[in-house]
Design a protein around this ligand. Structure first.
Ligand code: HEM
Length: 206
């Protein structure tokens, strides 16, 4: 998904295997469907301000209304979970060098070598993204089957101590994965751009 130390010479950007590029594009589509359908669900009863509260422009939503949004969201969640599981499994087994290591934070802070710093930043961003995606799945599961995953819901009961409704905190945590993913995706694209420009970005898809 990303190249490493230095910008490749002009014309030298390598294309990944077809299945990697297809998987990458597919993941992005699934993520957009999950995000847009989630925002449709959100609009039916905004966390902030209730039914008359702050909503998201229709352009960013999918499904047309609450039931439509839920159909898309619940229809794609299996794919999302399977993709994420496969992705994390592959990284841990075969491509763990793409994941952040303890030394990366030190490199980012202290190294005077820009390509090394870029690689460290990229690995940290990439790893954080996987963590946020997994968090989205966990909080989503807790909301989807609260009776079966009561122990997941219970993790959010810490909010009760501070006078907040734990379900509301769970909803906000799930919703917050959207801006978090958007930020990390932005960083991921910007770093890829710095390493290999448009050619590298294109090589991830075509
Ligand atoms: C397997 C993964 C996921 C599951 C099981 C899941 C499940 C759920 C459930 C059960 C709801 C509440 C539905 C309702 O109240 O009718 C929900 C809402 C939502 N989901 Fe997901 N979700 C998952 C992944 C995602 C992802 C990846 C995103 C974003 C990229 C996302 C964004 C949202 C948003 C924004 C809402 C509305 C939050 C609210 O207002 O309460 N979900 N999801």
């Amino acid at each position: 998904m990303f190249t490493t130390s230095a910008a490749p010479p002009t014309g030298a950007v390598r294309h990944g295997p077809l299945w990697t590029r297809a998987f990458h594009a597919f993941n992005l589509v699934v993520l957009v469907v999950m995000g847009a359908s989630g925002l449709q669900i959100y609009n039916a009863n905004p966390v902030f301000g209730g039914r008359g509260g702050i909503t998201v422009p229709e352009l960013f939503t999918l499904g047309g209304w609450l039931a439509g949004g839920r159909d898309w969201h619940f229809g794609f969640m299996g794919l999302y979970a399977a993709n994420l599981g496969l992705w994390i499994g592959l990284l841990l087994r075969r491509r763990h060098r793409r994941l952040a290591a303890v030394g990366d934070v030190g490199t980012l802070r202290a190294s005077g070598n820009p390509p090394k710093r870029r690689l460290a930043a990229h690995r940290i961003t990439y790893t954080l993204m996987l963590i946020v995606l997994a968090f989205s799945l966990i909080t989503g599961l807790a909301m989807y089957k609260p009776a079966q995953f009561w122990w997941l819901v219970a993790l959010f009961s810490f909010a009760e101590g501070a006078g907040h409704d734990s379900w509301q905190v769970l909803r906000i945590s799930h919703l917050a994965t959207i801006p978090a993913i958007a930020l990390l995706l932005g960083a991921h694209v910007a770093l890829s751009w710095r390493v290999g420009g448009l050619r590298l970005l294109r090589s991830m898809f075509v």
